[in-house]
Ligand binder design. Structure first.
Ligand SMILES: *Cc1c(COP(=O)(O)O)cnc(C)c1O
Length: 370
């Protein structure tokens, strides 16, 4: 039995009527740019994230870019971030004219190490971008303590609705950041039927600036305080996402159940290291990522059995050809480099059946028992 890494059609099956009705309502009204659907989704995401504001934009990459611009990060500034993330995190830093400064990750959680981030601080540091990788929040409290002078952009593209216990409160992804950013790329836990993104913040001034930056930098049409972007969240996408949002908690719980199923099933395999979730975190498992020896051979083995598996991410960002100008050499970030060689992500999407889970388990086990 083939098991895909992600099955968006299975998800659509279960919500077709709601989503199609929501899309049709936008089509009938012919209101495609901003307006009620976008405002309604912004309100719902702000409520979920315990933030005062949420501002939709075109995608999760732009969300980071707009956040950097709203914090006046530009030429001559440095932004500290992790080398073990999707490219967009560092791409956005480069694209506002600033310099990405990488710091190594925690060996267990794959998230930015607050200590490493602190040692990357210079007089030119202007912001820090921790990433909530694979669905578990970065230690936002420890990052803030390690870098008290820097605003935090939390790249929560993979972690909408994830929680972390800080003191005796549950804090949601984005809630404690200066600006939190989300992506609605179809493979994220809350995925649109196309691209989309959002920024959340508690600060009125930043919310106003972000709203302006997404429409060419003008708070009134045809009057521009600064040069911004065309980066709006599409109303059709907002309608789809609003229809899907009520299911998000259940979907994330199903992902956690699937992860627990794998953890049990692999517990006796000495070579397999299951994902480590910080005891203060509740992950939404955007990915279920093992660390294994002979990783590439396992990937081939799973491919041959038609099991969807993928490597997130095979080359850390400090070693990407486009960032050679930054001057990092191999060995600069040993934890990130080791992770890139060892990780493999398995299907964890909420609609997985027990038969599919068992097929994945058997396929992994057969590799290590041969
Ligand atoms: C997906 C993702 C992004 C970019 O989001 P897009 O909507 O694809 O632009 C940024 N950062 C991380 C960590 C992501 O996973």
């Amino acid at each position: 039995m083939a098991v895909p890494l992600l099955d968006l059609r299975a998800q659509h099956e279960g919500i077709r009527d709601e989503v199609v009705a929501a899309m049709l309502a936008v089509v009938e009204r012919q209101g495609f740019i901003l307006g009620d659907p976008v405002a309604a989704l912004e309100e719902s995401v702000a409520r979920l994230s315990n933030t005062k504001h949420a501002i939709g934009c075109a995608n999760g990459t732009d969300a980071i870019l707009l956040a950097l611009r709203a914090l006046d990060v530009g030429r001559g500034d440095e932004v500290i971030t992790t080398p073990f993330t999707f490219f967009a995190t560092a791409g956005a830093i480069h694209n506002v004219g600033a310099t990405p400064v990488f710091a190594d990750i925690d060996a267990d959680t794959f998230n930015l190490s607050p200590q490493a981030a602190a040692s990357a601080l210079t007089a030119r540091s202007k912001a820090v971008i921790p990433v909530d990788l694979f669905g578990q929040m970065a230690p936002i409290d420890a990052v803030a303590a390690a870098l008290p002078a820097l605003p935090i952009i939390e790249d929560a593209a993979q972690a909408i609705g994830a929680r972390r216990r800080i003191g005796d409160a549950w804090v949601r992804a984005g809630e404690n950041a200066t600006i939190g950013t989300f992506s609605f790329f179809p493979s994220k836990n809350l995925g649109g039927y196309g691209d989309g993104g959002m920024m959340v913040t508690q600060r009125d001034d930043l919310a106003e600036r972000l709203r302006r930056l997404r429409v060419h930098g003008g708070s009134r049409t045809y009057f521009h305080e600064e040069v911004g972007y065309n980066s709006r969240l599409d109303a059709l996408q907002a309608a789809v996402l609003a229809a899907k949002l009520p299911h998000l908690e259940d979907w994330s719980a199903a992902r956690r159940r699937n992860a627990a199923y794998y953890n049990d099933a692999f517990a006796d395999l000495a070579d397999v290291r299951p994902p480590v979730i910080d005891e203060r975190n509740e992950s939404i498992y955007n990915q279920y990522t093992l660390r294994v020896p002979r990783r590439d051979a396992l990937l081939e083995h799973l491919k041959a059995r038609q099991i969807g598996a993928a490597i997130y991410y095979p080359l850390p960002l400090h070693l990407q050809p486009c960032f050679s100008y930054l001057g990092y050499a191999e060995g600069a970030f040993p934890m990130a480099e080791a992770a890139a060689k060892q990780v493999i992500s398995l299907p964890v999407f909420p609609e997985l059946t027990t038969a599919q889970l068992d097929e994945v388990v058997e396929s992994v086990r057969s590799f290590f028992q041969q």
